[in-house]
Design a protein around this ligand. Structure first.
Ligand code: ZN
Length: 243
């Protein structure tokens, strides 16, 4: 089964469209949260995502803020400003949808899903081997898929040495999965690994492979909508360079 894994769309409808088109036909879609925050299109993104067939979608920290499960004060200034903007424009039916999203899930019996980490689904970033090692004690499935850091990567635990290795993942190079890995598909709408192209991954359940993907989209058009909406300039500028 070919499964689309994506995360951190962040109200960037143009990037989402590019990813869905590039991924082509898939049997299932796993979305690791943060549909809203930062970008210009919170309604269009929620409405597109909720219509995806065979979807399992997690709650991200920005989504939780939109449903008032998290106070806006816990976000930094520019992130908070975009949440305040989104709250003014988002339709109540879309907030209702965000309210239905879970913090964590298990699919196919072998994959744990969470936005940030299985230990702290809303806030923890798995950015280094230390954070990854702590999290290997918080899920029992062979694989764990997370988002939140906006960085496409993989952490693998070597059971014998108890060491965690951060393994670089490269676009279009399939990784053959062994048990005890934490995988991040990167961010659709606001990549932070210096590659501005929209990021996602394809998980193949039969071949047991994970293929990171990058796809170009019209960044200038999204920057224009960010500026027109009066959202912070920083959210427009960073899209061009991927930070
Ligand atoms: Zn995010």
């Amino acid at each position: 089964m070919r499964i689309l894994v994506m995360s951190d769309i962040h109200a960037n409808y143009t990037a989402l469209e590019a990813v869905l088109k590039d991924a082509g036909s898939v049997a299932q879609t796993l979305c690791l949260g943060d549909l809203v925050g930062y970008g210009p299109d919170p309604n269009a993104v929620v409405e597109e995502v909720r219509e995806i067939p065979n979807l399992t979608c997690m709650l991200g920290n920005h989504d939780a803020a939109m449903t008032r499960k998290l106070p806006f004060e816990t976000f930094n200034g520019d992130a908070r400003r975009s949440l305040i903007h989104h709250e003014k424009v988002i339709k109540p039916s879309n907030v209702d949808y965000l309210r239905t999203l879970p913090f964590q899930a298990t699919v196919h019996g072998d994959v744990t899903l969470a936005h940030g980490s299985p230990r702290d689904p809303l806030w923890e970033y798995i950015l280094n081997s230390f954070a990854a090692r702590l999290n290997f004690d918080h899920f029992s499935t062979p694989y764990c898929f997370v988002g939140h850091s906006h960085i496409q990567c993989m952490f693998g635990l070597d059971d014998r040495s108890d060491h965690v290795l951060l393994e670089q993942t490269l676009p279009d190079q399939p990784l053959i999965l062994r048990p005890k890995v934490i995988l991040n598909p990167g961010s659709v709408g606001q990549p932070r690994d210096r590659d501005p192209r929209a990021a996602y991954a394809i998980y193949d359940t039969e071949a047991r492979t994970w293929t990171p993907r990058r796809v170009e989209y019209n960044i200038a058009e999204v920057q224009e909508r960010i500026r027109e909406s009066g959202l912070p300039e920083k959210h427009a500028a960073r899209l061009a360079e991927g930070w």
